[in-house]
Design a protein around this ligand. Structure first.
Ligand code: TPP
Length: 565
C-alpha cells in the first residue's frame, strides 16, 4: 500500500499502540497536521508551549507505563522540547518526540526556522533519527518505540524534513525488530546471583535501596516478596517511593539529602546494601567517598553502565529486576533481622520530631500535603514540582502503589508540575490527579491552564504559595548567611488567574479550612486550583548539606559550624 510520509507516520503511531499526541503545529509539520483528521483514532491535544507538550507526554507515560508522544515543529518548536527530553532521559521515561524540519534541499542552509534538531537532541536521548526517506519511516517508528520501551526506557527522537511527509512510499510494517549490539539483560548471571545470596545470608545489618527501576520494571510485587522473605528493611530513592507500600512494616521511606534520619543512619551503618534499580545518585547517596565504606554492595540494574559509576559494587548484577528478584528470593534463607530492625526503629523514635508535621496554628506545607494524602484513596496520583514542597511531599505522603508519585527526580525541573499532571490525567481519566505546585514552578508553565480548561481535565492544583523560591531561599538562609538575593517572588492573583481560564479556584490561608477545601476540590467534576498561602520561611529538615555524607545528616536548625556548600 502506497502512502505519503505523513500517513506513514500516523499509521505507524497507531501500530505502535499510541492513542494520544501532545503537539503544537508549525509550517514544516503542516503536511502531518493536514492528514490528522483522517486518523480519528489518534487524539491530538493542543498544548500551549512545546515544553508543556513534552512534559505532558512524560506524565502520560509515567501514569500509564505506556509510550508518551509529543510533536513539535522545526527550530524553536524543537528547541522548546529539549528540557522535557532531558527530563525524560534522566528519569528513564519511555517517550517519543517527533519534530519536523526544513525540506531536505534546505538542510544546512540556515533557512527560516532551521535548527540541527538531531545534533541538539543527540546527547539528551536514548536514540534519535533524521528520517531522510519516506520508505524508512515505518521501520524507524517501530524501532524507535522498541528502543524507548525496552531495557532501560528512555526518550527517542525522530526528526522529519517537511518534504519527507509528502513523499510517497510503500507502507510496510516490520514483523520484528532486531538491532545489532542492542542487548537487553534479563535474568542475572547465576554465578553472581550465588555470590549475592551468600552475602545476603551472611549479612547482619542488610538494607535494600529500591529505586525507580523497580517501578519501571514492574517488579514491586517481586520486591515485596524478597523483602518479606529476607526480613530486610527497604529504603527508597525519591522516584522509588511507591515501589513498596509506605505503610508496609519493612518500609522506611526516603533516604538522601532530605531523607529521614533513620533512613540515612541505617544506610550509613548497614553491612550490606542491596541497591535495586537505582542510579546511586548523589541526592540519594550523599558524598560518594563518604558513603558507608565498610558495607558490601550488591547492585542490580538493567543498565550495566550504572555499575561502579558512583558507588563501587561488590556484586554488580546486570539484569531485569523482575527476573533477578525472584532468582534471589528463591535462593536466600528466610530471616527476620530483628535486632537490626529494632536498632532502626529506636533511631526513628528518637528522631521522630525531626520530620513530624509541625503543630500550632501556622499553615505549613507539611500539614497541607498530609491532608491531601489522608483525604484521598490509593488511586490518587500525586505530581510535584521541584523544591521544598517536593521534599515535604516525599516525607509526609503515604505512597502505597507504584506510579502514584510523579516527580522530576534527575533533572529537578521546575515547571514540571502543571503539564505533567495534564498528561497523567489524560492517561488516567478515572484517577484523581493532584498537582502539588511551587508558586515558582507553577509560573514557569502555567500557560497549560488553557489546555487543562479546554480539555476539561479535572486536575486538582494545590499551589504551595510561600512567596519565595523556597528551596533556594532555604539555602541562602542556611549557607549564605540569610543573604536573600533574587528569591522573593511577586505573583499574580492566582484565584483571578484561574477564573480567567474558567477554572474553579479557592484561596486558603487558615489551617482549619484546609480539609474542607481539599474535599470541595475532590468533589468538583472539573479542574480546581487552590492557592494555599503557607508560612513563608519554613525549612525542610533533615538535610544532608551539599558535599556532606549521609552520616552527617543534620536534623534541625543548629547546623554545625564547618558546614558550607
Ligand atoms: C527550571 C529550573 N530552574 C531553576 C531551578 C533551581 N531551583 C530549585 S528549587 C527552586 C525553587 C523552587 O521554588 P518553588 O517552585 O516556589 O517551590 P518551593 O521550593 O518554594 O516549594 C529553584 C529556583 C530548577 N530546579 N529548575
Amino acid at each position: 500500500m502506497k502512502l505519503i510520509g505523513a500517513d506513514i507516520v500516523l499509521e505507524s503511531l497507531k501500530r505502535i499502540g499510541v492513542d494520544t499526541i501532545f503537539g503544537y503545529p508549525g509550517g514544516v509539520v503542516l503536511p502531518l497536521y493536514d492528514r490528522l483528521p483522517k486518523h480519528p483514532e489518534l487524539r491530538h491535544i493542543l498544548v500551549r508551549h512545546e515544553q508543556g507538550g513534552g512534559h505532558a507526554a512524560d506524565g502520560y507515560a509515567r501514569a500509564s507505563g505506556a509510550l508518551g508522544v509529543a510533536l513539535a515543529t522545526s527550530g524553536p518548536g524543537a528547541t522548546n522540547l529539549v528540557t522535557a527530553i532531558q527530563n525524560a532521559m534522566m528519569d528513564s521515561i519511555p517517550t517519543l518526540f517527533i519534530t519536523g524540519n526544513v525540506a531536505r534541499n534546505l538542510l544546512g542552509k540556515d533557512g527560516f526556522q532551521e535548527a540541527d534538531a538531531t545534533g541538539i537532541m543527540m546527547p539528551t536521548v536514548k536514540h534519535n533519527y533524521l528520517a531522510m526517506r519516506a520508505r524508512d519511516l515505518a521501520y524507524s517508528f517501530a524501532e524507535a518505540a522498541y528502543i524507548a520501551t525496552t531495557g532501560r526506557p528512555g526518550p527517542v527522537h525522530i526528526d522529519i524534513p517537511k518534504d519527507v511527509f509528502l513523499e510517497e512510499a510503500e507502507f510496510e510494517w516490520p514483523e520484528r525488530i532486531s538491532i545489532r549490539g542492542y542487548h537487553i539483560p534479563s535474568a542475572g548471571d547465576p554465578g553472581l546471583i550465588q555470590h549475592a545470596v551468600k552475602l545476603i545470608d551472611a549479612a547482619e545489618q542488610p538494607l535494600i535501596i529500591a529505586g525507580h527501576g523497580v517501578i519501571l520494571g514492574d517488579a514491586c510485587e517481586e520486591l515485596r516478596l524478597f523483602a518479606e522473605r529476607t526480613g530486610i528493611p527497604v529504603l527508597n530513592t525519591l522516584l522509588g517511593l511507591g515501589s513498596i507500600p509506605r505503610n508496609h512494616i519493612l518500609s522506611y521511606g526516603m533516604m538522601g539529602m532530605h531523607g529521614s534520619y533513620e533512613a540515612n543512619m541505617s544506610a550509613s551503618n548497614a553491612d550490606l546494601v542491596i541497591a535495586i534499580g537505582n542510579r546511586m545518585d548523589d541526592r540519594a547517596m550523599g558524598r560518594f567517598d563518604g558513603f558507608n565504606d565498610s558495607a558490601k554492595v550488591i547492585h542490580v540494574d538493567i543498565d550495566p553502565s550504572e555499575h561502579n559509576k558512583n558507588i563501587p559494587a561488590t556484586v554488580p548484577i546486570a539484569g531485569d529486576v523482575k527476573h533477578v528478584l525472584p532468582q534471589l528470593t528463591e535462593a536466600v534463607q528466610q530471616n527476620t533481622h530483628a535486632k537490626w530492625i529494632q536498632w532502626i526503629n529506636k533511631v526513628r523514635e528518637e528522631h521522630a520530631h525531626s520530620i513530624a508535621v509541625p503543630e500550632g496554628p501556622a499553615l505549613t506545607v507539611q500539614y497541607v500535603v498530609r491532608c491531601i494524602s489522608d483525604l484521598n484513596d490509593d488511586d490518587v496520583i500525586i505530581v510535584t514540582g521541584v523544591g521544598q514542597h517536593q521534599m515535604w511531599v516525599a516525607q509526609q505522603m503515604c505512597f502505597t502503589r507504584p506510579r502514584q508519585l510523579i516527580s522530576s527526580g534527575g533533572l529537578g525541573t521546575m515547571g514540571f508540575e502543571v503539564p505533567v499532571a495534564l498528561g497523567a490525567q489524560v492517561a488516567r481519566p478515572d484517577a484523581t490527579v493532584w498537582s502539588i505546585c511551587g508558586d515558582g514552578g507553577f509560573q514557569m508553565t502555567m500557560q497549560e491552564l488553557a489546555t487543562i480548561a479546554e480539555e476539561q481535565l479535572p486536575v486538582k492544583m494545590a499551589i504551595i504559595n510561600n512567596g519565595f523560591l523556597g528551596m533556594v531561599r532555604q539555602w541562602q538562609e542556611l549557607f549564605y548567611e540569610d543573604n536573600y538575593v533574587a528569591v522573593a517572588l511577586s505573583q499574580p492573583d492566582f484565584v483571578k488567574l484561574a477564573d480567567a481560564y474558567g477554572i474553579k479556584a479557592i484561596r486558603i490561608s487558615e489551617r482549619d479550612r484546609v480539609e474542607g477545601a481539599i474535599e470541595e476540590a475532590n468533589a468538583h467534576p472539573g479542574p480546581v486550583l487552590i492557592d494555599f498561602q503557607v508560612e513563608a520561611e519554613g525549612n525542610v529538615w533533615p538535610i544532608v548539606p551539599a558535599g556532606a555524607a549521609l552520616s552527617e545528616t543534620v536534623v534541625g536548625p543548629e547546623l554545625p559550624n564547618e558546614v558550607t556548600t
